[in-house]
Design a protein around this ligand. Structure first.
Ligand SMILES: [Zn+2]
Ligand SMILES: [Zn+2]
Length: 256
C-alpha cells in the first residue's frame, strides 16, 4: 500500500489499538488538507496561485473557492454524445467521468471535529473518547473523492479591484445569486461588498457606514469591515483625525 495520510489513517484505525485513534485523526486531517490543496492547484491555473494559497487553512481556502468556483464543491457526472441534429435527450451519451466532491460544510465540520480529538478536554484534563465509526465514515467520504476521475470548471468569472487595497477580487457569476456578500481575499483587508445586477452587468458596492465629522459636519464613508475600537478616521474635508473609542449599542423602542 502506498503511504498516504489516508492509508496511514486506515492502518491506524484497523490496528485494534484504541490509543492509535488519535494519530488517525491527525492523518485524516492531513488527508483533507491534501484534498483541498489538489483542488486549489487545479483552480489556481485559472485564478492564480497567489489568491488561493494565501488561504492555507482548508476551511478558509474552500470558502474562497466557493466564491469563485461554486461547482467545485458539487458532485456530478459528465457524459458526452456526438451531435446529430436529433433531440439532445435521445442522443447516445457516453460517460466522461464523475466528480465526487467534499462539500464546504462537510470539510468544516469534519476538520474541526477531528481537531477536537487532538486536545485535552479542559474540564477532565483527559483525551475525549474517539468514535471509531465516525473515523471510518470520514475514510469512506475521502476515498470517494479520491476516486473522482474528473475536475472541471464551467464558471464565468468576474473580477474587479478592491476599493480599499486594490487587490483583485474574483467571483463566479453563478455564485453571486447565492452569496450574501463578496469578500476581498486579502486577509489584512477583508473588505465586504454588496452586489446587484443591472441588466447583464453586476455592480459591486463596498459596504460602508457614513460618518459626520464633528468639526466641519461633512460626511465621510467608512468601510464596515474597518469599524473597530482604536481605528483612526481622517475627515476628507478638514483633515481632523478621530479614533473609534468604544462600541456602544443603543436601543430604540419598537412601536407596533
Ligand atoms: Zn481589499
Ligand atoms: Zn471635517
Amino acid at each position: 500500500m502506498i503511504k498516504s495520510p489516508l492509508n496511514n489513517a486506515k492502518a491506524l484505525i484497523h490496528s485494534g489499538d484504541e490509543e492509535k485513534l488519535v494519530y488517525a485523526c491527525l492523518e485524516l486531517r492531513l488527508a483533507i488538507e491534501s484534498y483541498v490543496y489538489r483542488k486549489l492547484e487545479f483552480h489556481s491555473k485559472r485564478h492564480g496561485k497567489k489568491l488561493l494559497y494565501k488561504h492555507w487553512q482548508p476551511n478558509k481556502a474552500i470558502k474562497i473557492l466557493d466564491q469563485i468556483e461554486p461547482k467545485a464543491n458539487l458532485s456530478y457526472q459528465l457524459s458526452f454524445a456526438k451531435q446529430t441534429g436529433e433531440d439532445v435527450k435521445k442522443l447516445d451519451y457516453k460517460p466522461l467521468g464523475s466528480h465526487h466532491a467534499l462539500s464546504v460544510s462537510w470539510i468544516n465540520k469534519t476538520y474541526n471535529k477531528l481537531g477536537s480529538f487532538l486536545h485535552l478536554q479542559p474540564k477532565s484534563n483527559s483525551m475525549a473518547t474517539i468514535d471509531k465509526t465516525f473515523l471510518e465514515e470520514v475514510v469512506v467520504e475521502i476515498e470517494k473523492s479520491e476516486t473522482s476521475s474528473l475536475l472541471s470548471n464551467f464558471a464565468t468569472t468576474i473580477s474587479f479591484d478592491c476599493d480599499l487595497c486594490k487587490e483583485s477580487i474574483t467571483c463566479c457569476e453563478e455564485a453571486l445569486t447565492d452569496l450574501k456578500e463578496v469578500v476581498c481575499p486579502n486577509d489584512l483587508c477583508r473588505g465586504a461588498y454588496d452586489m446587484s445586477k443591472e441588466g447583464t452587468d453586476w455592480m459591486f458596492k463596498l459596504k460602508t457606514l457614513s460618518f459626520d465629522c464633528p468639526d466641519c459636519n461633512s460626511k465621510s464613508e467608512l468601510a464596515t469591515t474597518k469599524l473597530d475600537v482604536g481605528q483612526r478616521i481622517v475627515c476628507i474635508d478638514c483633515g481632523s483625525q478621530f479614533q473609534i473609542a468604544g462600541n456602544e449599542w443603543k436601543l430604540s423602542k419598537v412601536i407596533n
